[in-house]
Design a protein. Structure first.
Lengths: 201, 360
């Protein structure tokens, strides 16, 4: 692409390379933005910026939050005895969308995947272990995609939590092999949550 | 099951080609480089969603073209199935059966069996163990759906285990992560091991029968399945080799190291076999593969014979054609540079025959 403006080119460069966005699509987005009112574009820039400057992780569960405590952990109606461990907040949202779960969450921020350079050290695991050790925690539910990464993480966590007085369960793997939680429909996911089984290593 | 019609677009040297095959003997003749082997590869492609020779689909696409397609119409009794494979230079590959796109190419494997005998097969003898494992895996995948699933699970976990060892750069790995991989690797390995063992014991007598027939000999030939799992439990092997794996930064033992040892009169074939014996050995392997498919599926595979008369002497070629024409062989597609030579070999056979002549 040959640009007559470095400003336009920079904007295209910045947008291309996003998931599913090539240079052509990036150019279309840029043209669209140029035609919007300034206030709208400022709102967008601000929303994007805040993801970096203001967004926090919940100090309890590691989920995204605005204040250091997420709305789930801050909600006194949630059952604090049950902790559902998920890969990331999009999986947490998928489980929330089933309306079948009243406990709290723990967000790992990924799954063990050495190919992507992700080992246990890179994940939010130590706080999970202290939460599990806390008095009053009854059950840790592991809700990971049925992939090698998901299975590895599940086994690893179960080992680390083995000597704690909590029940360790996993959602039933009705989701087909390689199935990703965020793509499972609510009914299927709700059912696998209800049909969870004890996980022993 | 036989292929009634085949249509190619931009498939290697075939810009556009159309063949109407008969259900028995089909001969394709033509000079070197006219594209005879490519036609057989196209048939193989329809059955396996990949080329026998080229690992990358982009190599199959005719130079200067932006796509290729292979289209085949198969008949099995009254049942007809249409298979269409297409590939574009954007890297998009699709496979359709009766106009319905497969979600996974693997779902197609096993529907159509082919046995391909080519001059390149001696790599089974001359090359490393990977070739022979591929032969076992290919044969088993065609007839055992679970085998393909378990083998790919094994390979995926192995890949993770190896990258983990690499990430550790020689340091001691966390035993909980190692156990996590091993607890899944071991059962997968054991199943593959069991299937391969059963396979060889079933396959061996057929192989020996065909070698004897082909060579009219009493020389003994044998296939020996070699696996570390024969003498020791895989979980023990992994434990014993943990230090070595840590240093090598990869998994040094397992069914990905298995081999199939070929021998002639109790001696290693690769060292002691003559060229002719080696050629006959691989042909017998392929004929036994044919028999294996037939026994397991109840269907006759399509037999693809590439340059068969180049490779072996007249006596063996005669024996082969006799065997091939015996009633259990179904559709055959055969290639040769000399139309006269094939016609001579085939004239005594009482089967339907169709000839195709390719230009230079
Ligand atoms: N991607 C491609 N595009 C165009 N031509 C190709 C492509 N791949 C292979 N070819 C050509 O196909 C020809 C080889 O065809 P093939 O091997 O089928 O010939 P053959 O008739 O079997 O010859 P032989 O008698 O020597 O075995 C070669 O000339 C090769 O250059
Ligand atoms: Mg050829
Ligand atoms: Zn929280």
């Amino acid at each position: 692409m040959q640009f007559t403006s470095a400003i336009v080119e920079n904007a295209v460069d910045a947008l291309s390379g996003f998931p599913g966005i090539g240079r052509r699509t990036a150019l279309r987005l840029v043209m669209h933005l140029m035609n919007r009112p300034e206030a709208e574009v400022v709102r967008l820039a601000d929303a994007v910026l805040k993801l970096k400057t203001e967004l926090q992780l919940c100090s309890i569960c590691g989920n995204v939050s605005d204040s250091g405590l997420c709305t789930v952990c801050a909600n006194p109606m949630r059952n604090q005895k049950q902790i559902c461990v998920v890969e990331d907040f999009s999986d947490q949202m998928a489980i929330e969308a089933t309306s079948q779960y009243g406990g709290v969450y723990h967000v790992l921020g990924g799954l063990i995947s050495p190919m992507d350079g992700v080992g246990p050290e890179e994940l939010n695991i130590s706080t999970l272990i202290s939460r599990a050790a806390q008095e009053g925690t009854d059950e840790i539910i592991m809700a990971f995609s049925a992939t090698v990464e998901g299975d590895t993480t599940m086994f690893y966590l179960a080992r680390k939590l083995r000597d704690m007085p909590v029940k360790i369960t996993c959602i039933s793997r009705g989701i087909s092999v390689g199935g990703e939680i965020e793509y499972a429909d609510e009914i299927t996911l709700g059912r696998s949550l209800a049909n969870r089984t004890e996980y022993k290593v | 099951m036989h292929l009634q019609r085949l249509q190619l677009f931009s498939f290697k040297n075939h810009t556009e080609a159309h063949f109407a095959f008969c259900s028995q003997l089909n001969c394709i003749t033509g000079p070197n480089g006219s594209g005879k082997t490519n036609v057989l590869d196209a048939v193989y492609y329809l059955a396996n969603a990949k080329s026998y020779f080229n690992p990358a689909d982009s190599q199959i696409m005719q130079h200067g073209s932006s796509f290729f397609s292979v289209h085949g119409w198969f008949a099995d009794g009254d049942k007809e199935d249409e298979i269409l494979a297409t590939f574009t230079d954007k890297g998009k590959k699709t496979l359709k059966k009766n106009d319905k796109t497969y979600n996974r190419l693997a779902d197609h494997i096993g529907m159509i069996q082919t046995v391909f005998i080519t001059p390149y097969d001696i790599s089974l003898v001359l090359e490393g163990s990977e070739e022979r494992r591929r032969f076992m895996d290919f044969t088993l995948c065609q007839t055992n759906r679970e085998y393909l699933e378990v083998l790919s699970t094994y390979k995926r976990i192995l890949e993770h285990r190896n990258s983990f060892l690499k990430k550790m750069e020689g340091r001691n790995p966390d035993p909980d992560i190692m156990d996590s991989y091993d607890s899944r690797l071991v059962p997968a390995a054991n199943r593959i091991f069991g299937w391969r063992q059963d396979f060889i014991s079933e396959f061996q007598p057929w192989f020996q029968e065909y070698y004897g027939w082909l060579c009219q000999t009493t020389e003994t030939v044998a296939l020996d399945y070699e696996s570390e799992l024969i003498t020791e439990a895989y979980s023990d092997i992994l434990r014993r080799n943990l230090d070595r794996d840590r240093v090598l930064q990869r998994t040094s033992s397992g069914i990905h190291k298995d081999d199939l040892v070929f021998s002639l009169q109790g001696q290693p074939l690769k060292k002691f076999g003559s060229q002719g014996q080696i050629k006959s050995f691989v042909i017998a392997l392929k004929l036994a593969q044919y028999r294996y498919f037939l026994e397991k599926t109840g269907h006759k595979p399509i037999l693809l014979l590439d340059d068969i008369f180049e490779k072996i002497d007249a006596l063996r070629a005669g024996k082969l054609m006799e065997l091939v024409a015996r009633d259990f062989f179904g559709q055959i597609i055969i290639t040769d540079t000399h139309a006269e030579r094939v016609k001579n070999h085939l004239k005594s056979l009482d089967t339907e025959q169709v000839f195709f002549e390719l230009g230079g």
